[in-house]
Unconditional design. Sequence first.
Length: 361
Amino acid sequence: MEISNILDYSKEELAEIIKPSFRAKQIYQWIYCKYVNSYDDMKNIPKEMRENLKKNYVLNPLKFVKKEISSDESIKYLFALHDGYTVEAVLLPMKKEKVDEDGKLIHLTKYTICISSQVGCKIGCSFCLTAKEGFKRNLTAGEITAQVLEIKKDNNIAQNRRVNIVYMGMGEPLDNIQSVAKAVKIFSDPDGLAISPRRQTISTSGLSKQIEKLGKMDLGILLAISLHAVDDELREKLMPINKAYNIESIINAVKAFPIDARKRVMFEYLVMQNVNDDIKSAKKLVKLLHGIKAKVNLIYFNPHIGSQFQRPSRNSVVAFQQYLTDHGVLCTIRQSKGLDISAACGQLKEKTDRELANDKS
Ligand code: SAH
Ligand code: SF4
């Protein structure tokens, strides 16, 4: 019999099955604040209860398979699930400098953790490596939250250090909306990791119906749309999902989405040489985003073996950005973190599969 993963339970759910219920809160704190790796370390939990938990609930659902550290300090992890499938997650530390009240320069590190929501993906975007392996299965809420927990543990990031979460690893989060919504809630529990929904960004290829559904859940999360093209013809070629949900339907869904007044919806635009890096596209993008509190994030296409697209020139990306900025659209260029490791989603996994295949031959 498959035993349950304790991370799949919210604190309230644990309180339903563990009596007396104050124990649920204690167990939650041991897991998410004190980072214990064994039930035996839960000192204030009676021995009999610990033995029972040990028998019935897995505490560490992920196994480390591989870790790659980039020269820019981002760290890419490959984790194995109980059934042997693997998923990726990435820690992106950002160094910031700040002057404190006494005029002293202080160095701060801000952490962002990029996590996967599925093994593989059904959406089949032509530029994406994850798409190549097809869809295997959804992750459970606990398999999603475990990625953050393991990365925090591995890097000794204290419970009270702020981290941001982006659902931008492998998979389409809105194709696994129930588990992702539950993960958002588990992450934000004040007795747990205490990561506010306002620090969690769900990135989607644009499943308009699911964006509407997510909006109705009113979780308070941030939304990122992988737009990548400004007309339906090109977008259909890049992202077949556009046949079911065209650009107009996405824009309408975004307009109806509840967004914190201080925040913006992010539009990701993967720039590919001679495909979508022209100023005509930038012009259309400005029109498209009219009336939306948006910010555009330009991403350099990251080539992988067998990919049919090329990385754009720096000049074209900067010119694209300049056009948007000049026309009142907030626009940043994503720093290509970890280009020297295996940068875009799916690439560490693919590399490991290839190395394993080579080892066997
Ligand atoms: N499925 C969701 C979230 C995961 S993909 C989505 O599509 O939004 C996260 C981001 O990585 C997306 O914006 C995706 O377009 C981008 N991406 C995919 N392949 C890439 C590549 N080769 N180079 C750079 N970014 C890539
Ligand atoms: Fe899936 Fe996102 Fe990759 Fe498209 S870009 S195939 S939606 S993971």
